[in-house]
Design a protein around this ligand. Structure first.
Ligand code: ATP
Ligand code: MG
Ligand code: FE
Length: 337
């Protein structure tokens, strides 16, 4: 079974051809990072224009690299939310056009389900599973009772983890997106600042990163006022350690209440080397019988391969959209199915 998948929710235009939900025949990604960098973030209008320019090029490239033609395909899948409405619309329109022109079923995919299913390329998903989903716009613990079922059991009350990385990066003078640079810098420093770890003692699975961000910015401002030079690597290491401690502790807490076969780590921030190591260590120590499935490093960020993997499960479950499918910028997971 071959699925053609489109992703255009933010600043990556991507088209992939996926076989049986777990084999990548092609995964073409055109990123706008270089043009968005000078704005210090993603400008929606700029993003839409880039997607329009890139989507047909990516489509042709994806089919060519996969060595398949339209008549080989079984379905077309597309991210229809959450994300930027103008950006999403480009992928949705492209997918609808292909589905209509070639009489193919259309499978609607939630971008966050896609992130979770990036882990499918690291191994089979065993249910029930818990996913720690950390990205630029989301920080969630998602319970997957069975395939195609997603229940959010905890989430951030303010900033997402990736958002905190990017905001802290801005004060450090690091280009957007700052996650990877801060990660690298953190390895050269130590947790000397001991920033706060929010909501650790609370008996829930929610997160908060805005206090950490404020503590970080206040520390920088204060040092600035007294003309003191702070060690950038120590700042990065302290920030990162606080994020990791909270993510790991909350996940361990959730696993005690939700016995699962597998823990999935996914989303853009899942590329964080410190987090990958710390979560692996904690799992060995506290939940040695639960397997840890980490999204492959190269598939943590936005891409269409992960959309194709999630679409495979939805397609098998009979999920279809018709040509009235619209972008839903604030799409959320359905409560338990
Ligand atoms: P969402 O998926 O919530 O809609 P998004 O698609 O913009 O948001 P992703 O592409 O999943 O987000 O992830 C991008 C985020 O990941 C950015 O905030 C970036 O700084 C962060 N990131 C990337 N690499 C790392 C890393 N090594 N360490 C920490 N953060 C990272
Ligand atoms: Mg992106
Ligand atoms: Fe994303």
């Amino acid at each position: 079974e071959l699925i053609l998948a489109f992703e255009s929710s933010c600043d990556e235009t991507s088209v992939a051809v996926i076989e049986n939900g777990n084999k990548i025949l092609s995964n073409v990604i055109a990123t706008q990072i270089n043009s968005q960098r000078r704005f210090g973030g993603v400008v929606p209008e700029v993003a839409s224009r880039h997607h329009i320019e890139q989507v047909t090029i990516c489509l042709a490239d994806a089919l060519e690299r996969a060595k398949v033609d339209y008549q080989d395909l079984n379905a077309v899948a597309v991210t229809y939310g959450p994300g930027l409405v103008g950006a999403l619309l480009v992928g949705v329109t492209a997918a609808k056009t292909v589905a209509f022109a070639h009489d193919l079923p259309l499978v609607p995919v939630n971008h966050m389900a896609g992130h979770i299913y990036a882990a499918r390329f690291a191994g089979e998903i065993k249910f029930p599973a818990l996913a720690l989903l950390v990205s630029g716009g989301h920080t969630e613990l998602v319970y997957l009772k069975e395939p195609n079922s997603y229940q959010i059991i905890g989430e951030t009350r303010d900033d997402a983890a990736g958002e905190a990385y990017d905001k802290v990066g801005r004060v450090l003078g690091i280009d957007y997106p700052a996650g990877r640079k801060i990660d690298e810098l953190a390895h050269q420093g130590h947790d000397t600042f001991k920033f706060p770890r929010a909501m650790l003692k609370d008996d829930n699975f929610d997160f908060s990163f805005s206090g950490l961000k404020s503590a970080f910015i206040n520390t920088m401002h204060h040092a600035d006022q007294v003309q003191q030079q702070l060690n950038q690597a120590d700042l990065a290491a302290s920030f990162q350690q606080s994020v990791i401690d909270v993510l790991v502790a909350k996940t361990m807490h959730a696993l005690r209440q939700y016995p699962v076969k597998q823990l999935i780590l996914a989303g853009g921030v899942a590329a964080n080397t410190g987090l990958r190591t710390a979560l692996g260590d904690a799992m060995e120590k506290y939940h040695p019988t639960v397997t840890l499935l980490k999204a492959p490093l190269s598939l943590c960020g936005d891409n269409a391969a992960m959309i194709g993997a999630a679409a495979h499960v939805a397609f098998q479950a009979g999920e279809r959209a018709d040509l009235t499918l619209n972008a839903d910028p604030s799409l959320e997971f359905d409560w338990i199915k």
